[in-house]
Design a protein around this ligand. Structure first.
Ligand code: AMP
Length: 307
């Protein structure tokens, strides 16, 4: 079933303990759409870039089958630019620059051909833009997944609260969950956040995996212990893209299927961190994917007879 993705399509400049990149393609929607494209060929992008964006980067998205009809290119304007530097632990980073540029007054236009999308992924963007997209769809999608970040908790709290009421699933990291709920315990945090709107909450814990909270049940997906972690940028978005891409391809939003989706999302995110930017996730073979998912299965499979 078809998927609509909104978020940033950007230039990023990254610095990790292993090296630096100049302006390379990044953005929440870039990682989400690329990841989702491994599961469904019906991925529709809504985003905005300036005329400094490279035609070759747009062509790369199209080669993955991503529909870019909803990607606005603004003449005479600059694309969103973000730069960040990772600390030695690779789990924490400092944002060095956020230049909103075209994102500052982004008016998301939904092409007619996207109107019947059954799955909606609201990638990192202002909560008001995320809400505008929901409002511009004639039919409510079967599942709305939203990602957000601490920045919006700091500068757009009321908007964020309004948008949260409209979504089914929220994905955030552990630090953000604590900030949003004002609770240290992630179990208490999950309870509070789920009262804000989303029935399902996914808390990403970087190299310590992810938790899925659903009604009174909780499921844990580990992160794969990797030899090489080069650049964590986009891992959260890649995870979200894999998660919703798998759900959209199966058309099943049950808790059991969400558990599988969590593993597929984690598998894709584990590739993402192995190289800079999108480099590792632009060319994954089906065999690599299968082997990686099998590694996850092997990592957590054990037999215990209780009682
Ligand atoms: P992640 O590492 O999953 O948090 O995502 C990193 C991506 O988010 C980068 O490629 C950035 O371009 C993008 N990004 C960073 N800040 C923002 C923001 N305020 N709004 C939208 N996208 C952002």
């Amino acid at each position: 079933m078809s998927l609509l993705v909104i978020g940033s399509v950007a230039f990023d400049a990254l610095e990790t303990p292993f090296g630096k990149t100049d302006r390379i393609i990044g953005g929440s929607a870039t990682y989400i759409t690329l990841a989702a494209s491994y599961f469904t060929k019906k991925v529709n992008l809504v985003a905005v870039v300036g005329d400094d964006f490279l035609a070759s980067d747009i062509a790369m998205l199209q080669r993955h089958g991503i529909n870019t009809e909803g990607l606005q290119v603004k003449p005479g304007e600059k694309s969103f630019f973000w730069s960040g530097r990772y600390h030695n632990d690779m789990n924490t980073r400092d944002t060095l620059t956020t230049e909103l540029n075209v994102l500052a007054d982004f008016d998301p236009v939904i092409p007619e051909s996207y109107q019947n999308c059954r799955y909606l992924m609201l990638g990192n963007a202002t909560p008001s833009v995320q809400r505008t997209v929901i409002g511009r769809l004639r039919q409510r999608p079967k599942l709305i997944v939203m990602d957000t970040m601490n920045l919006w908790m700091n500068i757009a709290w009321d908007d964020l609260m309004e948008t949260l009421k409209l979504v089914d699933v929220l994905t955030i990291n552990d630090e953000e969950a604590r900030q949003l709920s004002k609770e240290y315990s992630l179990v208490k945090a999950a309870k509070k956040i789920r009262q804000m709107g989303p029935k399902v909450l996914i808390i990403k814990k970087g190299e310590h995996g992810a938790l899925l909270f659903h009604e009174n049940q909780v499921f844990f997906a580990p992160a794969l212990p990797l030899e090489e972690v080069f650049d964590p940028t986009g891992a959260g978005d890649t995870f979200a893209g894999g998660f919703i891409g798998y759900l959209a391809s199966t058309g099943d939003v049950s808790f059991d299927n969400m558990k599988r989706a969590l593993i597929y999302g984690s598998a894709l995110a584990s590739f993402c961190v192995e190289k800079f930017g999108t480099e590792r996730i632009v060319n994954l073979s089906p065999e690599e994917m299968e082997d990686r998912v099998q590694e996850f299965v092997d990592l957590v499979q054990f037999e215990i007879v209780v009682g």
